[in-house]
Design a protein around this ligand. Structure first.
Ligand code: CA
Length: 463
């Protein structure tokens, strides 16, 4: 390639928790395809989203801004594509740009993808089997809202096929930026037919907090409707729960049904990532291509007795984030600094040599990729979940901060005062017991509360 700028391949799954990746030490499954990126690059152990829900995280990644800035606070606040995004800036700088797979930021008019030469996206959540996709390609598609058609097959395979096909037909003399966005392993966790019986004879171990009774925290955890034993539906489990089981046995049975289908969906992603990396190798593109594997947020895999995300608790806050770029990133590196989904846009721009707009609130972590952490790198991060008591999951709106040692969360109730939680992550990594009211932590509470107000002021958020 005559252009020295790197190719940027951003592969993002939907709801793939780091603790379901073997490179992150998962006790649940093996992911040899994804692990190739950890072996050949850097694993980020403290990558967090600023709002653990699909649509808002996608907007934060595109714009490098928090959700109070980009306006995408929940699932129904669709993205205004007139905003500045990193794909637009890369396209203007001569990159070939595309997004394939899950978009989930709205459709039609200002909500369709902008800044891409080619987009081929699932409408809304999309289907696992024989999905409809909406295709638009510069110079080819006359309808500005794209052309819809059904593509036979399994969605994870199709998204990879379409991506590799676009790559194969690109201009080899200009760099590319491809957002390859899987639908999987989003609810309701439908595996590919070839994986229907994978793990059938396995008993997946239960997480340590599986039987959490929510008794030492704010009321939000107790009131949330995302419990394995109570809230999973027939379409999630696919078959009726056997009769005659005790409550404890039924909960364990449902967990096995849920987690195995989830891991089967992950297996197809893993295979397809391996296929994509093989393709880069065969084309001689590996050294010149930054490959990222991540997810829009984490997920509860039976942790706290839950499925789903939304809470600022560790399992849903943490995003897997692996980066391979042989020209700059050492093989097998591990980074524990705090990086955020809002940092992706500035990082990609810097890697491409494109100026970072002052309005972006994230920070480029290119120095971290090179093994140099700046002395003033962030030691706290701000989080805000806005979708107050949505009918399905009933998770109360909340905001808070996390440092390397503590997490402070505030829930603003309806008609009653705020409830707070403080977790000492060193003493209580499972976040079972809030120490907010423990006099021994009074000083920590005071410091973290000040830091929370400071971050809100700095970022311009005023809940
Ligand atoms: Ca998601």
């Amino acid at each position: 390639m005559s252009d020295p700028r790197p190719n940027l391949l951003f592969i993002m799954a939907d709801d793939h928790a780091a603790h379901a990746i073997s490179a992150y030490g998962s006790h649940l499954t093996k992911t040899p395809g994804i692990d190739r990126l950890a072996d050949g690059g850097m694993r980020f152990d403290n990558c967090f989203c600023v709002n653990s829900i699909c649509t808002p995280s996608r907007a934060a990644i595109l714009t490098g801004t928090y959700n109070h800035t980009n306006g995408v606070t929940g699932l129904d606040t669709h993205f205004d594509g007139r905003q500045t995004t990193f794909p637009k800036l890369l396209q203007a700088a001569g990159y070939q740009t595309a997004v394939v797979g899950k978009w989930h930021l709205g459709h039609g008019g200002i909500h369709d993808p902008t800044g891409f030469d080619y987009w081929d996206v699932l409408p809304d959540q999309g289907d696992y089997t024989d999905p409809e996709l909406i295709r638009w390609k510069a110079g080819e598609t006359t309808d500005p809202e794209g052309e819809r058609r059904v593509v036979p097959g399994y969605v994870t395979d199709i998204i990879t096929d379409l991506s590799l096909d676009w790559l194969a037909h690109r201009d080899p003399d200009r760099p590319f930026m491809l957002k390859l966005h899987h639908k999987a392993p989003h609810r309701n966790w439908e595996p590919a037919p070839r994986h229907a019986h994978l793990y059938e004879d396995l008993e997946v171990p239960l997480p340590a907090t599986f039987d959490d009774d929510y008794s030492h925290r704010a009321s939000a955890a107790r009131n949330a409707r995302m419990r394995i034993d109570r809230d999973l539906k027939l379409e999630d489990l696919k078959v009726p729960t056997p009769e005659g089981l005790s409550a404890a046995e039924a909960k364990r049975w449902k967990f096995q049904r849920y987690i195995k289908d989830y891991l089967r969906c992950v297996a197809a992603i893993d295979e397809n990532l391996g296929r994509t990396l093989d393709w880069l190798d065969a084309e001689g593109l590996t050294d010149d291509t930054v490959v990222v594997y991540t997810s829009d947020q984490g997920f509860f895999l039976g942790d706290h007795g839950w499925y789903d995300k939304r809470f600022m608790y560790e399992e849903s806050l943490r995003m897997p984030f692996l980066v391979r770029y042989p020209r700059e990133v050492q093989e097998g590196a591990v980074n524990t600094d705090m990086v955020l989904n809002v940092d992706v846009a500035p990082t990609f721009l810097e890697l491409a040599g494109v100026g970072i707009p002052a309005a972006m609130q994230g920070v480029s972590f290119r120095p971290l990729l090179q093994g140099r952490t700046p002395d003033d790198w962030r030691r706290s991060m701000y989080y805000r979940y806005w979708m107050h008591i949505d009918p399905d999951h009933a998770v109360q709106a909340h905001y808070g901060i996390r440092t390397h040692h503590y997490k402070l969360i505030r829930y603003d109730g309806d008609g009653h005062g705020p409830e707070w939680e403080l977790f000492d992550l060193d003493e209580d990594p499972g976040e079972i017991h809030s120490v907010y009211d423990d006099p021994g932590y009074a000083e920590v509470v005071a410091e973290l509360t000040q830091e929370l107000w400071r971050l809100q002021a700095e970022l311009g958020d005023a809940p």
